[in-house]
Design a binder for this molecule. Structure first.
Ligand SMILES: Cc1ncc(COP(=O)(O)O)c(C=O)c1O
Length: 388
């Protein structure tokens, strides 16, 4: 292809999600279960009052200003690091600000992998992992999140550096989460390898998980020297701050000197790509974490409860009418099991014809319960079953 570098991936980029999202927006009768954002029971994008109350105090000059460095403002970095880790990591760890969870993942990939290397990620997964693989000319190796042996076989199939993405809890699109016992086995496997292993934990939705979702971070205190853990956190989801593009990359390793060097490399990558971050966003999230933490926790609890009511209802009604779902724990989505992708396409089309907009994923159809108020969820499983 003319003008572009020889190694540029010239495969045509098509964003399947945005086309169906736009179709749903144009349909006045739409049941819109396409979004990856949380909506309230009023059908509007859910926002946290504490986030926007605090944002009103930011001055025009603060909004206009560059951030302190490509790695972000130090106060934001310190507060987001402690918020994300929840005090569960005693091992050495360092953080930087990123434009969303995507920025963290992209920085991790570009600092750790060469063209032709492999990324291991779930076979039913957030579609952007494939886009990131394509962008960097990487091979993808996929595993079944419900089968640890399959994950371990994927790890064994990579003969040099292992780069593994785990999106747990609240996996997009399945809602799957590994138990602490399973995390123990995963870490044992990575620690037993005779080669370097980078574990990228995509924890974009972790704040919406029930139980003690951060307990497995304690296992990072006992990693082998060959293991680098990277946490990719997203303010888009945690604070309903999608368009403000904020997140964090947190690196955990036994060697503090290595971490210092690694974060310095990440800062250069940041400078060379996004260069600078949303200054007002960082000031604001820092202020929420510093001065409005209790309000935030209260609002988050209410948001989780709203989401849980929707997922509980949909799962119960799906069971009653025989609509087969992948097993899920928590999260923004549930996924209908359709093993044959051609059959999935037919069902998806029929749903669109009946104003039900969902997202096609490998071997399934994702229903974004995050964007459907409870009164719409009620009866939705039966409607989908009838059209399947
Ligand atoms: C699984 C997963 N990881 C990461 C992200 C990153 O989101 P953002 O870049 O907006 O933080 C998303 C967003 O939809 C996601 O679904």
């Amino acid at each position: 292809m003319k003008f572009v570098r020889k190694t540029e991936n010239t495969k045509r980029y098509v964003d399947n999600i945005f086309s169906v999202v736009n179709a749903a927006k144009k349909d006045p009768e739409a049941i819109n279960a396409t979004a990856g954002c949380l909506y309230g029971e009023d059908g509007k994008l859910f926002t946290y009052d504490c986030v926007y109350k605090s944002e009103a105090e930011i001055t025009p000059a603060q909004r206009a200003a560059y951030s302190a460095s490509p790695a972000g403002n130090q106060e934001y970095i310190d507060l987001i690091r402690d918020f994300v880790t929840g005090g569960r990591i005693k091992n050495h760890h360092m953080a930087m600000a990123t434009p969303g969870g995507t920025g963290a993942i992209s920085c991790a990939v570009s600092t750790c992998l060469e063209e032709g290397d492999s990324i291991i990620y779930p076979k039913i997964a957030w579609g952007n992992y494939r886009v990131i693989c394509d962008e960097h000319n990487l091979k993808s190796i996929n595993y079944d999140v419900y089968d640890l042996d399959d994950l371990f076989a994927a790890i064994d199939s990579v003969k040099d550096k292992v780069f593994l993405i785990i999106n747990s809890p609240c996996q997009n699109p399945l809602g799957h989460a590994y138990t602490f016992k399973q995390w123990n086995l995963i870490m044992e496997k990575l620690n037993s390898l005779d080669r370097e292993a980078v574990l990228l934990c995509d924890i974009a939705y972790i704040d919406y998980a029930s139980g003690d979702p951060k307990k497995y971070f304690e296992l990072f205190d006992e990693i082998n020297d060959n293991v680098l853990v990277l946490l990719a956190a997203s303010c888009s989801k945690a604070f309903s701050y999608y368009g403000q593009r904020l997140g964090a990359l947190i690196a955990v390793n036994n060697d503090e000197e290595f971490l210092d060097h690694y974060m310095n490399l990440c800062s250069r990558t940041a400078r060379a790509t996004w260069s600078n971050l949303n200054n007002a966003g960082m000031l604001n999230i820092a202020s929420v974490l510093r001065d409005h933490r209790e309000e935030y926790e209260t609002e988050l609890k209410a948001a989780m409860e709203m989401l849980k009511q929707r997922t509980d209802l949909f799962i119960r009604q799906a069971k009653d009418c025989g609509l087969e779902l992948y097993q899920s724990a928590d999260g923004f989505f549930v996924t209908i099991r359709v093993k044959d992708n051609e059959e999935r396409d037919r069902i998806h089309e029929r749903l669109v014809d009946h104003h039900i907009y969902t997202i096609k994923v490998n071997e399934g159809i994702r229903v974004g319960l995050c964007s459907t108020p409870l009164y719409i969820v009620d009866g939705l499983a039966e409607k989908i079953k009838e059209l399947s």
